[in-house]
Design a protein around this ligand. Structure first.
Ligand code: GLY
Length: 316
């Protein structure tokens, strides 16, 4: 669809929302199937772990947690967990969120020295009356739950930090590569997870979109789920993942819903936005979609039983 026509269509949809009827929602629900979608080529390593759990009849929440943990533990990935690039002061701080099919949510932000921020987020969801814990409170809670403190700054990331100090520069593609993963299990339960070490060289204390429910991640088991990667400040300001799920509730396909969110970002910047941002979405019937700002660079990975595909976004 041409961009101008699309804007018109979305404007119409916004003016008189055609919220899906209960019959249409029942149709979506009849067609549920196991599927995993995740941001970036991280999915090549993460999706098979999640899909193994789904194929053996496991729960989507276990699948997304296990999937993103693979990336959190990988020292060669410098934007998530162990090996992540540090903030201006040389500290690696992590943000993560998780949501289940019942609409429960947990998150942590500005968490230091814990490799699996996603598992701490799940503990916040399951073991406390709260949704979000940050900083020292999140760390104390993690330790009380048996998580081990460890240094997440690898020699390679430390060297990079020293180089920045010399050069005072950083390529933007090294900045915001979050893993967001969405999955639906054989029983139709949708869950999502999102985890990152955030923007490299960020101000100490900076929190991005990934731990903010509705920004980096949102799940509504009746409709579907969405997740984000990219410039957190921009994604927060449009409540990006929530927005996409609401567009799907209005009848948009997952792909069109993601493009409508990208479009919203363009609208906020007079049509001239260029910052790195991408979204993924999963609908209740197992359909998936993605969109990205200037998305030639962006890849996402979709897995169905026995099949995994690395995909790029279709230009609008
Ligand atoms: N999307 C990750 C961040 O901005 O921190």
């Amino acid at each position: 669809m041409k961009r101008r026509k699309f804007i018109k269509t979305s404007a119409l949809a916004m003016a008189s929302p055609a919220i899906l009827s209960s019959d249409s929602i029942r149709d979506l629900q009849r067609n549920t199937k196991p599927v995993v979608i995740s941001t970036w080529r991280f999915g090549e390593k993460a999706n098979p772990v999640a899909m193994d759990i789904l194929e053996s009849g496991g729960y989507s929440l276990d699948a997304v947690e296990a999937g993103v943990k693979v990336i959190e533990a990988d020292p060669e990935i410098h934007s998530v967990g162990y090996g992540g690039y540090p903030d201006r002061d040389g500290n690696v701080t992590c943000d993560a969120s998780i949501m289940d099919d019942k609409g429960q949510a947990g998150s942590v932000a500005y968490l230091k020295n814990i490799k699996h921020a996603i598992s701490v987020a799940r503990k916040v969801m399951e073991e406390t009356d709260h949704v979000m814990l940050v900083g020292d409170g999140a760390l104390e809670f993690a330790k009380s739950q048996g998580f081990k403190e460890e240094n997440l700054l690898t020699d390679k990331a430390l060297q990079k930090w020293k180089d920045w100090k010399m050069e005072q520069s950083l390529r933007s593609e090294e900045n915001h590569d979050t893993i967001a993963m969405l999955a639906q299990d054989k029983f139709g339960h949708i869950s999502g997870a999102c985890t990152t070490s955030g923007m490299a060289q960020k101000m100490p204390g900076r929190v991005g979109d990934s731990p903010i429910i509705g920004a980096g991640l949102y799940v509504d088991n009746k409709i579907g789920a969405a997740g984000a990667t990219g410039v957190g400040e921009e994604i927060i300001k449009i409540a990006g993942s929530f927005l996409i799920v609401e567009f799907m509730r209005q009848g948009y396909s997952p792909e069109d819903a993601c493009w409508a969110a990208i479009d919203r970002l363009h609208q906020r910047h007079g049509g001239k936005a260029t910052f790195q941002t991408a979204f993924i979405a999963l609908r209740k019937d197992g359909a998936v979609g993605s969109a990205a700002m200037n998305g030639d660079y962006f890849r996402y990975v979709v897995s169905y039983p026995g099949n995994m595909e690395i995909k790029s976004v279709t230009k609008k």
